[in-house]
Design a protein around this ligand. Structure first.
Ligand SMILES: [Zn+2]
Length: 332
């Protein structure tokens, strides 16, 4: 099996977004040191709109220069050492700002589809070009939508295609959620680990313009999440996220997972990492050729890092840990 370890490289977007050091730099260093030790490459889906906003806010707020330099150095090092950088778009940075003390996230327009056609085009073009400055030309072709909000796709499609995007990794089987800000519904998407699509990532089109490499999905009982929240209380040193911010509100989401069986991403965020082995067995049984794990440096816990390391040790000899960068020939 080909296993992709993917991370959304970003701070939090709630009322307290947290610091760049604790949400991004430090946990990414820990992840990369561990991965380098086992010669495994990671893919960072970079929230590059944040870096661009930082660059415009730095003029008024020179105190941001330190974070900016550290992020640029880390991204350069990741690419130079063989890790992958691909495009993650959180367009709310267009409306957000730095108030001299912390980032103020304006999330009224959270999804790309909340913007005009001209804005979508400009966002995709600027974000991709900025990321390309770290990788060199023709290296950015994979995309993950912020908050999984890739739907509706038709108005986004051309802007992505014109900017060289050929792969998406936003879908996870049977996932669905809708609130004032969020909207995604992957019920009905193929239960496969790869397919082609054109206008709707849920619908397979054999000659489609894009390849979907979905995030792996797992069906979880409410009990799992009770245990997850309890462990965070009982043993915060091992189980609390390293990031120091709070997420954007997702009303009803916590109640839903604590009271119903739910479909969720296969993730290394905190205690979710304990499910890697079960997810792998399910993929193996279904003869899937790809498994995509998602994580967020900001949501990494000491427990999650250790579990991921053990998973790599267990699976490395008989499987291939890979990145979109390593699989470029397949997609371009
Ligand atoms: Zn994100």
């Amino acid at each position: 099996m080909q296993i992709y370890l993917t991370f959304d490289y970003e701070i939090y977007f709630g009322d307290r977004p947290g610091t760049v050091e604790k949400c991004i730099l430090e946990p990414t260093r820990m992840l990369t040191e561990m991965a380098d030790k086992h010669d495994v490459k990671l893919c960072q889906f970079v929230d590059i709109g944040f870096l661009l906003k930082m660059e415009s806010e730095m003029i008024k707020h020179p105190s941001l220069q330190k974070d900016h330099a550290a992020l640029c150095t880390q991204l350069e090092t990741l690419w130079k050492t063989g890790h992958d950088l691909q495009l993650h778009i959180h367009p709310h940075w267009e409306d957000s700002y730095y108030d001299g003390n912390q980032w103020v996230c304006k999330v009224d327009r959270y999804k790309l589809d909340d913007f005009s056609n001209a804005e979508i085009k400009s966002i995709c073009q600027r974000y991709k070009s900025r990321l390309e400055a770290f990788t060199g030309p023709n290296e950015i072709y994979a995309f993950r939508a912020g908050g999984w909000c890739i739907q509706p796709f038709p108005r986004i499609k051309n802007a992505l295609y014109e900017n060289g995007i050929r792969v998406d990794s936003s879908v996870f089987a049977n996932g669905h959620y809708e609130s004032e800000l969020y909207k995604y519904d992957f019920r009905g998407a193929p239960l496969k680990s790869k397919w082609k699509f054109s206008d709707n990532p849920n619908i397979e089109v054999p000659e489609g313009d894009f390849t979907e490499i979905p995030i792996s999905s797992i069906h979880n009982s409410p009990l799992f999440y009770w245990r997850l929240f309890l462990l965070g209380r009982l043993n915060p040193y091992q189980h609390k996220p390293l990031g120091d911010g709070i997420p954007v509100a997702a009303p009803g989401q916590r109640l839903k997972i604590l009271s119903h069986w739910t479909h969720n991403t296969v993730s290394v965020d905190g205690y979710n990492a304990s499910l890697l082995w079960r997810a792998f067995r399910q993929h193996h049984r279904a003869k899937k050729e790809e498994m995509v794990v998602i994580g967020h440096p900001k949501a990494l816990s000491r427990y999650g890092l250790k579990a991921l390391e053990q998973f790599i040790i267990d699976k490395k000899s008989e499987n291939q840990f890979t990145t979109f960068r390593d699989q470029k020939k397949q997609f371009i």
